[in-house]
Structures are given as structure tokens and as C-alpha cells.
Design a protein around this ligand. Structure first.
Ligand code: AGP
Length: 608
């Protein structure tokens, strides 16, 4: 989703802005632009497509200036084009703005502004904001008020009319500062030595400073070379804490891997160790939760996409270990279906980014209805992590590839910790599971060592048009996640199904052109899965099976086999998903597709 970077300080702004935009590429975008201010003049350059296109145009431009804002746009209103790219100007070209979010009432505002004579040139909702500020900033005739001419006051007036979400940065030719404001879209301020930064997330500025301030909703800040002042939407000054972030530049580089996604798949053993670190001790699980868990009668998990899949696995394991009933909802559905939420409910929001608009909105709804809330989040300091009563950070490190991989396995790990934590209130935890949890990273390494064999299978199936993924019990969500990974990055249609449900419809699709991926560990329903495989084989389907090392039966049924180490049932998704991530990765890469930044997708979906 759109990325914002800004700089004001002693250095030339342009290289800092471009470097920052590159760090935000993973969020997904289709055009990019920059506006640098020098001696009360703007240099504005925008291009459709990749940041490299923008750099080409900038090559001979010799743009100088110590103040600037930049943006990568992910189209919502209006096609990806140079005209629709940000920054946008007001009529007189005095203000330049960049915006992430959606102005929901933009049609009404556009009509109003056009009636007043504003010339709106793009199809975006964002350009409206520049004109709206202009409306209050440069009034004409008798309507002028005492404070008109003050950009901050004009901006506050404009923001009060906007319905929807915004992270906003504004520069004004006549003022040496950057104004920023936020509502429901993330924005972070970086505090340097005689320089101040802003960005959609800290990865864009971590190379320059580790001191940050996360802006909260309805806050507006004025940034100068020497610092910042932050106010609420009523113009009252507020005090905010500077936070020291732990992220390093190395963590956001590819480290010798061909793609971030591959790096992140291979990082999973270490990432899971980081999620476990300090949380297992002497047969117990230690979590720092800020409420009395013994009062919880029901758990509701809300999430989207991959995080929703880990939520489905969470249902199995929480119910199994703690006996507390669990419901799992798509965050976008939960919010709009007038959900029944009680005070003894715990609502868990799962989100890698901690910024997903649907999850955030559902969480706020749950809070309004009186539930206790818990976040299972990767990005430290993200909006959801600040909104919940308590949280479990994944500590998986930055996930840059749009297709989520290490966040998924770390989310399952965090859910396992939570399940055991809830169990230990009633009865001691069985030590074998704790020992096995610690063994998981090594077992994942064993699967990763087979990546060449998985690549060979990818070669065979890379031109398939459809895929079916089948699993049962805990491995049904693994099938869903395997199918999602393939769809996202290879653009091959794929569906995940509970294996037994296949005969109620999808079996009609089976023929020799249909690869069917089975996740088939030797669990209590192993024999049932064998029957499902027979059904596929009888109809000529091509079976690719993820099986346990000691399995000898499936080799006779499946044409293609990937052997993975055995584990305790509840931990098996952590191992079984790895070959599916690799299969999707290699298919997409062999097809020559943009693995880390697939078309139409954004890493952090900050609009509804
Ligand atoms: C995963 O590969 C996807 N890109 C997507 O489904 C993602 O999981 C979803 O948008 C939720 O994101 P979050 O975990 O950051 O909330």
C-alpha cells in the first residue's frame, strides 16, 4: 500500500527520499513521485511504474534542496499513471501533499471544491486534500477569518471535513517545515541530529536514525530541521515519548538470497527461536499478559489472509490445550455483522504488519463492545500493537516479501505458546510438547535442505493452470495457506479444501491436468487421507504428497513425494507449510514473475 517518506535537515533531501522509497517498495505500488523544496520553489517529478523509472527521469535533473516529500502510490481511485501519482499540488502550486489512505467522501468534497472554482486534474481522492487545505489557507473576500494564512490551522480545518483514512505530509513553498497528520494509516517521525524524517514505517528511515515517534490518530505534527511539535486535532500541544527501535539495516537487506521471500522462508528456524526466546522456562510458558486469563470464557480470533489461516490453526490448538471455545472470523466480516461480544470474551487480533485496516477496525469494534483484546503482531510499535490491551510480539524480524512466510510460522508458534499458557492455569503442561517445540527449528532445516528437489517438482508443474491443495484437521488451514501462496505470486488459480469435502464438489475438476497437493502426516486420520488419495488417483489426478519420513504407503499412490520429519500433531503445520512455501516460490520464480512484489498486492493493506 502507499508509502510516504519525508526529510527536512542539513543534507540534500533527494537521495534520502529515494533511498527511503526503495525500502518501502515491499508495501506494493504502481507509481512514484518526489517533491523537493529549495528557496521557495518546488521541483516535482512523478513517474508511472517502478522507482527506477523515477530515478531515470531524475538522472540529469540536478535537484537540490533540504526539504522534501516522496511517495509510492498503490492505486485505489484512478489508474496508475503519472498524473495520478503523488505528490499533488493545490491550484496555485503552493502546497504539495502526499497521502496514504482513502478519502471516503471524496466525491462530495470534489463537487464542493469544483463549484468553488478549484481545478482538480487527477482522478485521485488524494488531490482533494491539497485543494481542501488551499480552500482554508488562502481565502478570498469576506469569508476570510483571523487565522487564515496559517497552514496548520488550515490543515486542521480540512482534516475535520475528511471522512476516511489518511497519513499525510504537506510542504508549503512559503514555510520551512513539513506538516504531517494521521488517522487510521501509519506514520512515524524519525528524530535525527539537526534533521527530521517521516515515513510510513521505520524501515525507510532506520539507516539514518533509530529514534522514532509513532503518531497516533488525530494528531498533527510540524517538523523542522531542529525537531518537532505535536498537537491534537484541536490544536492543543501534546507530549509524546521518543522510542528507540531495535531494527537494523542488515535486517532489511536480501543477505545473498535471490528474493526477500526466499530469505524469509530460510529464516524460519531462527525466527521461530526468536518467538520462543525467553517464553519457555522450567515446564511453563511465560507471557506478560495484562489481564486475568482465568476469566476468559470464549476466544474470538480476527485476522485477514495468511494471518486468518494461522488463526484457524489457533482454533484447533487453543481448544485442544485450554478447552476454551474459539471462533475465527475474517476481520472484514466481523466488523459488519453486528457481532455478539461479551465482557468475558478475549478477542485476538493477528497481524504481521499491525496496520491492516480491516483487522484494526474489527479490533476497535470488539473493544467498543467490552471485550479484552490481545494482539499477535510482528511489527513493533504498529497501530494494532498500540491499540490492544496486551500483546505477544513475534520477533520474526522485518518481513519484506509481500507473500507472508515467516510471520505465518511465528504466528502459529505464538498461538501454541498462548494455548499452553491458558492450559497451565488448569493443569501442568506435558513436557514432551515443550521439548518438541524446541526441536522444530532443526526439523524445518531438514525440509529446507530439500529445496532442490522441490524446485524440480516446480519445474514440472509451473505451467499448470489450476492446483488443488487438500489437508484435514490442522492441515486443512495449511492447505489453504499453500494455495494462497501459489495464487499470490504465480497467478495460478489454486484452491485449498478439507480433503474429505473434495468429494462434495471439487472432485468434478479432477483430470490428468490437475495437480493435487496432499498434506498427509501420519496422524489419527491418516487412513482417511489415503482413501481421499485413492479417489484422486482413480480419476487421473497428479498427486504431490507431503508425507512423513517413515511413511511407506503413500509412495505407491502419489507420483511426487516430499518427505518431512514427523512431529506432534499440533506442531505439524509448522513443518508441513515449508515445502508449500518453497513450491510456490520456485514456480513463480521459474515463470519469471516478480516474487517479492506480485501484481495488485500490497504488503500492508491499510485501506478497507
Ligand atoms: C499474505 O501472503 C498476504 N499478503 C496477505 O493475505 C496478508 O496476510 C493479509 O493482508 C494480512 O496482513 P497482516 O498480517 O499484516 O494483517
Amino acid at each position: 500500500m502507499c508509502g510516504i517518506v519525508g526529510y527536512i535537515g542539513k543534507e540534500n533531501a533527494l537521495p534520502i527520499l529515494i533511498n527511503g522509497l526503495k525500502k518501502l517498495e515491499y508495501r506494493g505500488y504502481d507509481s512514484a513521485g518526489v517533491c523537493v523544496m529549495h528557496k521557495n520553489n518546488f521541483s516535482l517529478v512523478k513517474e508511472k511504474g517502478k522507482i527506477e523509472n523515477l530515478e531515470q527521469t531524475l538522472l540529469h535533473s540536478n535537484i537540490l534542496g533540504n526539504v522534501g516529500i516522496a511517495h509510492t502510490r498503490w492505486a485505489t481511485h484512478g489508474e496508475p499513471s503519472q498524473l495520478n501519482a503523488h505528490p499533488h499540488l493545490d491550484c496555485k502550486g503552493r502546497l504539495a501533499i502526499v497521502h496514504n489512505g482513502i478519502v471516503e467522501n471524496y466525491s462530495a468534497l470534489k463537487e464542493l471544491l469544483q463549484k468553488e472554482g478549484h481545478i482538480i486534474i487527477s482522478q485521485t481522492d488524494s488531490e482533494i486534500i491539497a485543494h481542501l487545505i488551499e480552500k482554508f489557507y488562502l481565502p478570498t473576500g469576506a469569508l476570510a477569518e483571523a487565522n487564515d494564512g496559517d497552514m496548520e490551522i488550515a490543515t486542521i480545518k480540512a482534516l475535520k471535513l475528511i471522512e476516511g483514512a489518511y497519513a499525510l505530509a504537506i510542504i508549503d513553498k512559503n514555510t520551512n517545515n513539513i506538516l504531517v497528520a494521521k488517522k487510521s494509516s501509519p506514520l512515524v517521525i524519525g528524530v535525527g541530529d539537526e534533521e527530521t524524517f517521516l515515513a510510513s514505517d521505520a524501515s525507510a528511515i532506520v539507516a539514518y536514525t533509530k529514534k522514532v515517534i509513532y503518531l497516533d490518530d488525530n494528531e498533527i505534527a510540524s517538523l523542522t530541521q531542529n525537531g518537532y511539535s505535536i498537537k491534537n486535532i484541536n490544536g492543543e500541544l501534546i507530549d509524546k515519548k521518543i522510542i528507540e527501535i531495535a531494527m537494523t539495516v542488515d535486517q532489511i537487506e536480501k543477505g545473498g538470497f535471490r528474493h526477500f521471500m526466499l530469505k524469509e522462508i530460510f529464516q524460519q528456524p531462527e525466527a521461530i527461536e526468536n518467538t520462543l526466546r525467553g517464553r519457555l522456562a522450567l515446564g511453563t510458558v511465560k507471557l506478560n499478559l495484562q489481564f486475568d486469563v482465568s476469566l476468559i470464557k470464549r476466544i474470538i480470533i480476527i485476522a485477514c489472509g495468511t494471518s486468518w489461516h494461522s488463526g484457524l490453526i489457533g482454533k484447533y490448538i487453543i481448544e485442544k490445550f485450554s478447552g476454551i471455545p474459539v471462533e475465527v472470523d475474517y476481520a472484514s466480516e466481523f466488523r459488519y455483522r453486528n457481532p455478539i461480544v461479551r465482557q468475558d470474551d478475549l478477542v485476538i487480533a493477528i497481524s504481521q504488519s499491525g496496520e491492516t485496516a480491516d483487522t484494526l477496525a474489527a479490533l476497535k469494534e470488539a473493544k467498543l463492545r467490552g471485550a479484552k483484546t490481545l494482539g499477535i503482531i510482528n511489527v513493533v510499535g504498529s497501530t494494532i500493537s498500540r491499540e490492544v490491551d496486551s500483546g505477544i510480539y513475534l520477533h520474526a524480524g522485518p518481513e519484506i516479501g509481500v507473500a507472508s512466510t515467516k510471520a505465518f510460522t511465528c504466528q502459529i508458534t505464538a498461538l501454541l505458546l498462548l494455548s499452553l499458557y491458558l492450559q497451565q492455569i488448569k493443569k501442568p503442561i506435558d513436557n514432551t510438547i515443550l521439548v518438541e517445540l524446541k526441536n522444530i527449528p532443526e526439523k524445518i532445516k531438514e525440509v529446507l535442505a530439500q529445496s532442490d528437489e522441490i524446485k524440480k517438482i516446480a519445474e514440472i508443474f509451473k505451467d499448470s493452470k489450476n492446483f488443488l491443495y487438500l489437508g484435514r484437521n490442522l492441515n486443512f488451514p495449511v492447505a489453504l495457506e499453500g494455495a494462497l501462496k501459489l495464487k499470490e505470486i504465480s497467478y495460478i488459480h489454486a484452491e485449498g479444501y478439507p480433503a474429505a469435502e473434495m468429494k462434495h464438489g471439487p472432485i468434478a475438476l479432477i483430470d490428468e491436468h490437475m495437480p493435487v497437493v496432499f498434506i498427509a502426516p501420519q496422524d489419527e486420520i491418516y487412513n482417511k487421507i489415503l482413501s481421499n488419495m485413492e479417489e484422486i488417483k482413480a480419476r487421473g489426478g497428479n498427486i504431490i504428497a507431503i508425507i512423513n519420513k517413515r511413511d511407506t504407503k503413500i509412495e505407491k499412490l502419489a507420483k511426487y513425494i516430499i518427505k518431512v520429519p514427523e512431529s506432534i500433531n499440533e506442531l505439524s503445520p509448522l513443518i508441513n507449510i515449508i515445502p508449500l512455501q518453497l513450491l510456490a516460490y520456485y514456480i513463480a520464480d521459474l515463470k519469471g514473475l516478480s516474487v517479492d512484489k506480485p501484481r495488485n498486492l500490497a504488503k500492508s493493506v491499510t485501506v478497507e
